[in-house]
Design a protein. Structure first.
Length: 337
């Protein structure tokens, strides 16, 4: 009897921690049965920092704590690509950094962190085009810059994941797919996030269409959904106050049931492709935002993360996708039994 397709469950551990301390994050994830986490914000004793700002001593301390809790990093949850494409005043607070400087400092730093935490994956974005302009008009410049990022990651034996998100050039599945097609680099994959699509006012039908457009390029997924009773349709620019209606994967308008049922057919081939790049499998990365989201992060609390995990597991069980949570064998192995 053929085995079921499999995924690796992970999540942004900072969402489970009230104070974002490393011990809160790891304790919550270990209790939930998760062995992988994506690293974004953490307090290792010197205050809450984005992963990009961690010092060498904080990295060493965090690695020791990972060993104590039996945790591994799924991806570096970097903010790479969340800067302006052009230095123009468009009424937003987004910053512009000359690209060569950005590549030599921030992107290089993300690669160093991936090696320090022994992960092959870096999460990133597709740059902010000037607010009020058509993102399609900025695809060429974004492609040029993303191509250089992908090449730097490739030279470091890493893979860059391009997440679909509002207000960026790659704000829809079709735009992300076009960026991927034109960059055409083995180190560039895309990250599907249904909640980020539906929060822009798209329907379940449109979300599935955008998933289909992205499907050939998807390397992993972020899991969250969205439900807003007062939604007024498509939004060209999503304001921060709309990023508070996120729900688990078994609720909302994204249609995770249909999407993951279809994605199951892709998993064996995708897993083989990822393993050739040194990646252990296909990650479904929980980023629930159940108690609120924002431009650079979100929060669910330990209780919200548990609800989000249960919701995802219910969907996976229904569509026949296998996954692993910690059990007695893992606990005994940690004890040396």
């Amino acid at each position: 009897m053929p085995s079921q397709p499999q995924v690796i469950l992970s999540g942004f551990a900072d969402e489970a921690a009230i104070h974002k301390t490393a011990i809160e994050q790891f304790a919550a994830f270990a209790a939930l049965g998760l062995q992988y986490y994506s690293l974004r914000y953490v307090d290792v004793g010197g205050g809450v920092k984005n992963v990009m700002k961690l010092t060498k001593s904080e990295i060493t301390k965090l690695r020791h704590m990972e060993d104590e809790f039996g945790m591994n990093v799924a991806s570096i949850g970097s903010p790479i690509g969340k800067v302006k494409l052009r230095k123009v005043d468009d009424g937003t607070d987004n910053h512009h950094v000359p690209f060569k400087k950005y590549l030599d400092t921030e992107v290089r730093r993300a690669c160093e962190l991936a090696h320090a935490f022994e992960t092959k994956l870096i999460r990133g974005f597709s740059f902010y085009h000037p607010r009020g302009t058509d993102p399609w008009d900025h695809v060429s410049q974004a492609v040029d810059q993303l191509g250089e990022i992908a090449e730097m990651c490739h030279r470091s034996d890493l893979t860059f994941g391009l997440e679909v998100e509002a207000n960026l050039v790659g704000q829809t599945g079709q735009l992300i797919a076009e960026l991927h097609r034109r960059v055409n680099h083995p180190a560039l994959m895309t990250i599907f996030d249904g909640g980020n699509i539906v929060s822009q006012g798209f329907s379940t039908h449109h979300c599935f269409e955008q998933y289909q457009a992205m499907k050939p390029s998807i390397g992993w997924m972020h899991i969250k959904d969205y439900h807003d009773l007062n939604s007024s349709g498509r939004k060209k620019h999503v304001k921060q106050d709309k990023l508070k209606h996120f729900v688990p994967a078994d609720e909302g308008e994204c249609g995770h049931l249909q999407i993951l049922e279809d994605f199951a057919e892709q998993l064996p081939k995708l897993e083989r492709r990822l393993r050739r790049r040194g990646i252990p499998g296909v990650f479904l990365d929980l980023e629930p935002h159940l108690k609120g989201g924002g431009q650079f992060g979100g929060f669910s609390g330990p209780d919200g993360m548990a609800v989000a995990l249960k919701g995802l597991c219910r969907v996976l069980d229904y569509v026949g996708i296998d996954y692993h949570l910690r059990d007695m064998e893992d606990i005994c192995a940690d004890r040396g039994f």
